[in-house]
Design a protein around this ligand. Structure first.
Ligand code: ZN
Length: 360
């Protein structure tokens, strides 16, 4: 149970931008494509049992330039590489209207799946889906822009199934700010959470919604560490000691995640893996395993998981897409992860930390 066709434990993944890819390319989640990284046939082929599906909001200026025919990814990298060129924080009204559209797209994928895709609301449901091989979709916000300080929107989005909220992307919003895509750099860039951001943490704790720390700057991270009563989680971030990108976690941050019984998910993006930060697809899978090994040595086997960034980043060519996950699993086995340890890395640690965070 909970195994891929090849017998390895199913992978539950901490981050994808698949809904953006579906929208941009017009491809179907139910048909095998050469574009992007995840669809149901490739998930089945690779032993991907589900994951966090991010609702990421494009800034209006990016939407405008894409309409003019600009490439979304390159434009994003330019704007978000330097806090001086960040767009102004988006309005609550814009963020909510975009979120309704994107969330609607995700819910329709589940609805159109004839029971093959299920939106998970509890850790028991997640475990059940993995046991039965039902594809588990966890609804996640990559940025708190659609949430109002009074918590009304959170009530509604919670009822719609949202169970995880990243406080920000690599930009500024009305609660906090993220790290720019600047390399190399410490993640200690800019101020921490403001009062509204601190109130938001309490709101998310009270609702027992998971708080995701990936993209948040270091002062914001420590503010959450001080305030939150939940395990600290970074869904898609690597070890800063091996790749000094501000999106990655310093040793002190890894220690705090371990001490809180939290989890860090391995990001497969080549620029967050490589010591030189280069966007080189010829990055070996061994480099991914190096980060897993480093984080396991630092935090222990119970605190490391996978957070691919499929459909939102540049994958090592040797992995390719979701259908290539068996190559990563094989590389983990070759490095000595078997049985229960491999199950924890593949999905067990996500189920455990979600159960402790959500309470069911
Ligand atoms: Zn991200």
């Amino acid at each position: 149970m909970g195994h891929s066709p090849g017998g390895a434990p199913l992978v539950f993944d901490g981050h994808n931008d698949t809904v953006l890819s579906l929208e941009r390319t017009g491809r179907s989640f139910f048909e095998r494509s050469d574009e992007g990284h995840i669809d149901l046939p490739r998930a089945r082929a690779g032993g991907l049992g589900g994951g966090f599906f991010a609702v990421y909001l494009r800034d209006p200026v990016v939407v405008e330039r894409m309409r003019e025919g600009g490439p979304a990814a390159d434009l994003g990298l330019q704007i978000y590489a330097d806090e001086r060129t960040w767009p102004e924080p988006m309005s609550l009204e814009y963020a909510q209207s975009q979120t309704l559209e994107t969330l609607g797209r995700l819910l329709r994928v589940a609805e159109a799946s004839d029971g093959e895709v299920h939106v998970v609301r509890t850790a028991a449901e997640l475990q059940h889906d993995l046991d039965r091989g039902t594809f588990a979709m966890l609804l996640h916000f990559e940025g708190a822009e659609p949430l109002d300080p009074d918590g009304h929107a959170l009530d509604v989005f919670y009822a719609a199934g949202v169970r995880s909220v990243g406080l920000t992307h690599s930009r500024r919003n009305r609660y906090c700010q993220g790290v720019p895509f600047k390399f190399p750099s410490s993640p200690d860039l800019g101020p921490g959470l403001n009062d509204a951001g601190k109130a938001l943490v309490r709101q998310l704790n009270a609702r027992r919604v998971m708080i995701d720390l990936s993209h948040l700057n270091e002062r914001g991270f420590w503010d959450v560490a001080k305030l939150s009563d939940a395990p600290l989680v970074a869904t898609h971030s690597n070890a800063h000691a091996l790749c000094p990108h501000p999106r990655n976690l310093t040793d002190r941050q890894l220690d705090a995640i371990r001490d809180s019984r939290g989890v860090a998910g391995l990001n497969f993006h080549v620029g967050f893996l490589r010591a030189d930060g280069a966007h080189d697809e010829q990055t070996p899978i061994a480099t991914m395993v190096d980060h897993v090994e480093y984080m396991v040595r630092r935090m222990g086997i119970d605190h490391v998981a996978l957070g691919s960034d499929f459909d939102g980043a540049t994958m090592p060519a040797a992995l390719g897409d979701a259908a290539g996950l068996p190559a990563l699993v094989a590389a983990l086995e070759a490095r000595g992860y078997h049985g229960e340890d491999l199950r924890k890395l593949a999905h067990g640690n996500w189920v455990r930390v979600l159960r402790e965070t959500w309470g069911a």
